[in-house]
Design a protein around this ligand. Structure first.
Ligand code: HEM
Length: 408
């Protein structure tokens, strides 16, 4: 994609795999051009992308930019999936697709489980899981080792499954569905994966109903069955959003963050020398190459002006957190990784009422993961040239397909 294809045109810009592989260069041109712009995603879907920090932050809290998929279907009847997709649809009634007052009610149901204090109590268990995974990795005969498969994926997946009370066993299958659901794969494939996942969640809830335990799933089932605080569809969707958001993103915090540190040995050396820098480094890694690119869908029900751009009613709007976090109007020298910089204010967890519910958990997992990984393997290094690394075919999230490393 040449720069001349972009600047000065009003046609939607078609984003292709080169964008998925390196969105930051494209975003720099887009920010120079204006705060928001219509694009065609690789799936052919036309959306507005908000690229500058100030407008991105404003858009995330603008009540005229709506989430609720039922309202969406009124405004955009073509967007409604076919009738026979009821199971896939059952996944959509979650807080991330809701506006107040539903959003407020749904978020309140689980808010307490994710407060900083409740999450801090999980530290010993997260440390133990991390140690187990690193031990298992050290025992592998493979060289190179895929750090995504053996560490970045199983750590957050195990933590969120334990928290919810999801039994071991089906996690690889769940990972495959989840990868498809968040990808730019053809609609048919995404629907098939959503239906398989919904089927699985319905079964899981049935098993839990029959055998309650002291876990979050049981708590949610009781809120449904005894207190009537959410309906059945909302229950299934809640479990879906917690499981998917709970692992998809943190995998990529660990994967993208490890890659960034291995590519910046000076920053890694600083971190190793002074572990008190780890929490700040997690913030900088979230800013520098965070897990969420465009997974911030909203839409307009009336015209909305962002800076000097007016987005008409009935349009999808995706706020690019990746672009906002690289805007030099907000962060000095944004393309430079500096684990000591003041990175707070980044938008990697969003902003406003939908601000990531799991942020304290993700931060803790990232902190424990980086601390232990670099401690345990002082000789850890990349086993592929950066140009050989592939990014997942998703414009929504940003994560590596594989991260091959030598452990020593
Ligand atoms: C919402 C990012 C980890 C659960 C969000 C949003 C972002 C985000 C950007 C807002 C999207 C929007 O406004 O449209 C991240 C990142 C993570 C992470 C970068 C890891 C580094 C987690 C974890 C959980 C979680 C571990 C576990 C429960 C949620 C939920 C929402 C959410 C439930 C919806 C909140 C709402 O609508 O009120 N996340 N997330 N996230 N996240 Fe996370």
């Amino acid at each position: 994609m040449a720069q001349t294809d972009i600047v000065g045109t009003t046609e939607p810009l078609a984003l292709d795999d080169s964008f998925v592989q390196d969105p930051y260069a494209v975003y720099e041109w887009l920010r120079d051009e204006g705060p928001a712009r219509k694009v065609l995603l690789p799936s052919g879907w036309g959306v507005w992308v908000v690229t500058r920090y100030a407008e991105a932050r404003a858009a995330l809290t603008d009540p005229r930019l709506r989430k609720d998929s039922r309202v969406l279907q009124r405004y955009m009847p073509d967007a409604a999936p076919p009738e026979d997709d009821s199971l896939a649809l059952a996944l959509q009634a979650h807080m991330l697709n809701s506006d107040p007052p539903d959003h407020t009610r749904l978020r309140k149901l689980v808010g307490k489980a994710f407060t900083a204090r409740r999450v801090a109590a999980l530290r010993p268990r997260i440390e133990a899981i991390t140690t187990e995974l690193l031990d298992a990795m050290a025992d592998l005969d493979d060289d190179p080792v895929d750090l995504i498969d053996h560490f970045a994926f199983p750590l957050p997946m195990t933590v969120i499954c334990e928290l919810l009370g999801v039994p071991d066993g089906d996690r690889q299958e769940f990972r495959a569905w989840s990868t498809t659901v968040l990808s730019d794969a053809p609609d048919q494939e995404v629907r098939a994966a959503s239906t398989a996942m919904a089927d699985y969640l319905v079964d899981l809830l049935a098993v839990k109903r029959a055998k309650p335990a002291d876990d979050l799933l049981t708590g949610l089932i009781q809120a449904r069955d005894h207190e009537d605080r959410l309906n059945e569809q909302e229950l299934v969707s809640m479990v879906f959003v917690l499981l998917v958001a709970g692992h998809e993103t943190t995998v990529n915090l660990i994967g993208n963050g490890t890659l960034a540190l291995l590519r910046h040995p000076d920053q890694l050396a600083r971190l190793r020398q002074d572990p008190s820098l780890v929490p700040g480094a997690v913030e900088e890694l979230l800013r520098y190459n965070g897990p969420v690119n465009l997974a911030t869908m909203r839409y307009t029900t009336e015209p909305v002006r962002l800076g000097d751009v007016e987005i008409p009613a009935g349009e999808f709007v995706l706020v690019s957190l990746a672009s906002a976090n690289h805007d030099d109007r907000r962060f000095a020298d944004p393309e430079r990784l500096d684990i000591g910089r003041e990175a707070t204010g980044h938008l990697a967890f969003g902003h406003g009422i939908h601000y990531c519910l799991g942020a304290p958990l993700a931060r803790l997992e990232g902190e424990v993961a980086f601390r232990q990984l670099f401690d345990r393997f002082p000789g850890l290094r990349l086993a592929a040239a950066p140009a050989e690394l592939r990014w997942r075919n998703s414009t929504l999230i940003r994560g590596l397909v594989r991260l091959p490393v030598h452990l020593a």
